[in-house]
Design a binder for this molecule. Structure first.
Ligand code: PMP
Length: 456
């Protein structure tokens, strides 16, 4: 670590905002309430749980008024920034007028947001069903694909995360997120195209081709020879920011279509400009899916998710009655409309490209200085830092936690992912600045040093 980094105080970039005095129950009281009354499966991230009571753009505040740079954005959800004034205003206006009716009555917000999404999609992908969470969106996408194709089998990718509902848990491919319960029938997991997973060897392009070919093998050996869908994240998020070489998706989509399947892009994390170069993650590979699922960033924190597809595929759902009480809620729709406007008006996609590029360059520099860092990767503001033991190469899960804890002490909130929990996940609100990035890199430099030499 450079000496100037050791000696220089790590000052967070200036920010002209004073949080309101916090008057609620103490952090200890909240923790005690959680322990007594909340299902213990609801977990917290840090050893000493952090309480967040206010947020403003890329920063959040704890109950003492301490500010943190939020590089995890409510798990890749706060796209425009915490309490973004325009998003709040549009939601507040809508709440004052009407909060809820369901889709059995007309309201302008729902078709307006559907129209806006269509304008962002490749031609043909122009009808949308709104739901409340990414899990629901993926469930619905697969249901539509099954009805439309008449096939049952679904191919997902190893190391994927598609949700925690019984059916999306079946598509998720991490033992850590699965219970020993009967899952949905006929879901198969193809090999990951991620070259850093070291399952396959060769150039990244060769690995991608072999991983795509595994879809064909699965179809030939484990299905009746035809599938309903292939579902994949353009960049695996929970899996630790992993992806294959650009040829992977082209080959995977071609094989899927050869066997009658629809291609579903899970854009829950990668959508809405996060990858910088493109609005949608799939556009980084020159492919066009048949169904796109969205959640998280579309609502900037509102429970809002969506499935966009072609009309003829959506029609399959009309064979029976399908209904979702909160899907299309006017307040969520107002949030979505505002989010899409803000992403355009404030050039957030371009910011993700530029500021994300600066971040990635800085991470590459850190990799040269810290043997603990095995790999840095990602696109735009969806970045990952994989930690491994420099001698054995084993996933450095405990040090990853140490980095998280040390960064928090220095005022930076990071995420963590990967099957072994050894990948730091950096997915901030898309409004972060170059100054924030430089500060975060200094903090990471110190945190990595501390994790490599615990007790110093
Ligand atoms: N797909 C992806 C790619 C996700 O990252 C997630 C959530 N982490 C989901 C689906 C499920 O979303 P939700 O938690 O809103 O159900």
């Amino acid at each position: 670590m450079a000496t100037d980094v050791i000696t220089r105080a790590l000052a967070m970039p200036a920010f002209d905002y004073t949080p309101l005095p916090y008057t609620g129950p103490s952090r200890e009281a909240v923790l005690a309430l959680r322990r007594e009354y909340v299902n213990p499966a609801v977990f917290t991230l840090y050893r000493d749980p952090l309480m967040i009571v206010e947020g403003k753009m890329q920063y959040v505040f704890d109950e003492t008024g301490r500010r943190y740079l939020d590089l995890f954005a409510g798990i890749v959800t706060v796209s425009c920034g915490h309490c973004h004034p325009k998003v709040l205003r549009r939601m507040q206006e809508q709440m004052n007028a009407l909060q809820h009716t369901t889709t059995i009555y007309l309201h302008p917000n729902l078709p307006l947001l559907a129209q806006k999404l269509a304008s962002k999609m490749p031609p043909g992908l122009d009808v949308t069903y709104f739901v409340n969470s990414g899990s629901e969106a993926n469930d619905l996408a697969v249901t539509m694909a099954r009805l439309y194709t008449g096939n049952l089998d679904v191919v997902a990718v190893r190391n994927a995360y598609h949700g925690g509902s019984p059916s999306s848990m079946g598509m998720t491919s991490h033992h850590t997120w699965k219970y020993p319960l009967p899952g949905p029938a006929a879901v198969h997991h193809a090999l990951s195209p991620d070259p850093s997973s070291q399952t396959l060897t060769g150039t990244p392009e060769e690995i991608a081709t072999r991983a795509a070919a595994d879809i064909r093998e699965l179809i030939r050996f484990s299905t009746p020879g035809a599938i309903a869908a292939y579902i994949a994240e353009p960049i695996q998020g929970v899996g630790g920011v992993t992806r294959g070489a650009p040829n992977y998706f082209r080959e995977a989509y071609a094989i899927t279509r050869e066997y009658g399947g629809l291609c579903i892009a899970d854009e829950v994390q990668t959508g809405f400009g996060r990858t910088g170069e493109h609005y949608w993650g799939f556009q980084n590979y020159g492919v066009v899916p048949d169904i796109v699922t969205m959640a998280k960033g579309i609502g900037n924190g509102m429970p809002l998710a969506a499935v966009t597809t072609r009309r003829e595929i959506a029609e399959a759902l009309t064979r029976r009655t399908h209904f979702n009480t909160f899907g299309g809620n006017p307040v969520s729709m107002a949030a979505g409309l505002a989010v899409l406007d803000v992403i355009d008006e404030e050039n957030l996609q371009e910011n993700a490209r530029v500021v994300g590029g600066r971040f990635l360059e800085g991470l590459h520099r850190l990799r040269e200085q810290h043997p603990l860092v095995r790999h840095v990767r990602g696109l735009g503001l969806m970045l990952g830092v994989e930690l491994a033991d420099p001698i054995t190469g084993a996933p450095a899960s405990a040090p990853a936690l140490e980095v998280l804890e040390a960064a928090r002490e220095m005022g930076v909130l990071l995420g963590k992912g990967g099957l072994d929990g050894n990948v730091l996940r950096i997915k901030p609100p898309l409004c972060i600045t170059a100054e924030d990035v430089d500060f975060a890199l200094d903090v990471l430099d110190r945190a990595l040093e501390r994790a490599a030499h615990p007790g110093t």
